[in-house]
Write a protein that binds this ligand. Structure first.
Ligand code: IPM
Ligand code: MG
Length: 347
């Protein structure tokens, strides 16, 4: 039987609650294939004990897997930039997972804060290896009055072109075939202008995809006031980071939003994670919403070529949300294990 090897990295906080729930649901949904999970204890706890999130040779070990199922990273006693640059970014950048895909939709039974929320059916494509997250820059005269901090966004022609091409291909596969380019090329006149230019160059290869260009600030109002006008979106690392939190909130809760960090050429494994983060305020209480992780699990199965099992998970998830079996973030009082049991029963 076809067996996929999955590296499971629950990480920090509620990652340790939602990833086990996701593994249970994946086990139930797998039919005609097997999933073999190998657990990795890479976390802030490990960092505090050993000084490293990823042990020597760790990335090389990851390369042998078919996919990575990731929880969250971030702890109250480790600065956020240390934990992010210790675990998640080295994986995304080191395994060239340049296409970050973030679907947003209002699931059955879920209420959007927007009256027109049912119109939300978006996929945000986020550049995931460079731009504002490239890590270039530095600090000079640290701690002195004349201290300088330089944070450089790096946009490469090849990096921008490939994310545009990926977004066009994705938009082409969706019924509306519509792609919105989000930049801030009026104020950021170098990198963002390159984004605009390359977008229209790539567009020539996709005459069947309708395009639109909008500035990132105007995009926030568009998302709130005219959600139906949006289908597929492509944006830089930071802009799409911000827009995807807004998208999650408008679709009902950050607790349902999934993401895929893809290496589309499959030279390296891709990584799948809920976007909510470690959520230390609710860690250990058993109330984390596992829906984002289940949706993430479905994205992973799709990437592995198991579309039927992915669709089964999403049907079971919506059968559960339609019954309003909700954790507190969605206004209910169900616990992680209640939602998990309901999804497994629906499967
Ligand atoms: C996300 C998160 C991360 C990001 C954080 C945890 C650094 O907000 O996945 O959207 O900004 O990339
Ligand atoms: Mg974010």
């Amino acid at each position: 039987m076809k067996t996929y090897r999955i590296a499971a990295i629950p990480g920090d906080g509620i990652g340790n609650e939602v990833i086990p729930a996701g593994i249970e649901v994946l086990g139930k949904a797998a039919e005609g294939f097997r999933l073999e999970f190998e657990p990795f204890d890479w976390s802030s706890q490990r960092y505090q004990q050993t000084g490293r999130y990823i042990p020597e040779g760790g990335l090389e070990r990851l390369k042998k897997f078919d996919a990575i199922f990731f929880g969250a990273v971030g702890a109250p006693d480790v600065p956020d930039h240390v934990s992010l640059w210790g675990l998640r970014l080295p994986i995304c950048q080191g395994l060239d997972q340049y296409a970050n895909v973030r679907p947003a939709r209002v699931l059955a039974g879920v209420t959007s804060p927007l009256s027109g929320g049912k119109a939300i059916d978006w996929v945000i494509v986020r550049e995931n290896t460079e731009g504002e997250y490239s890590g270039a820059g530095g600090r000079v005269h640290t701690g002195l009055d004349n201290e300088v901090a330089v944070e450089v966004s790096t946009f490469t022609r090849s990096g921008v072109e490939r994310i545009h091409r990926f977004a066009f291909e994705l938009a082409r596969r969706r019924p509306r075939k519509h792609l919105t380019l989000v930049t801030k090329s009026n104020a950021q006149r170098h990198g963002m202008v390159l984004w605009d230019e390359l977008f229209y160059a790539v567009a020539k290869d996709f005459p069947d995809v309708k395009t639109e260009r909008i500035l990132v600030d105007a995009m926030t109002t568009r998302m709130v006031l005219n959600p139906a006008a949006i289908d597929t979106v492509v944006a830089s690392n930071l802009h799409a980071d911000i827009l995807s939190d807004l998208a999650a909130a408008l679709s009902g809760s950050l607790g349902i939003a999934p993401t895929a960090n893809l290496n589309p050429e499959r030279r390296f494994p891709s990584m799948f994670e809920p976007i909510h983060g470690s959520a230390f305020d609710i860690t250990g209480k058993g109330v984390a919403n596992p829906i984002a992780t289940f949706w993430t699990a479905a994205l992973m199965l799709e990437h592995l070529g198991e579309g039927a099992a992915a669709a089964r998970i999403m049907r079971a998830v919506e059968a559960t949300t339609a019954k309003r079996i909700f954790t507190p973030d969605l206004g209910g009082n169900a616990r992680t294990r209640d939602v998990t049991a309901a999804v497994i029963a629906a499967l």
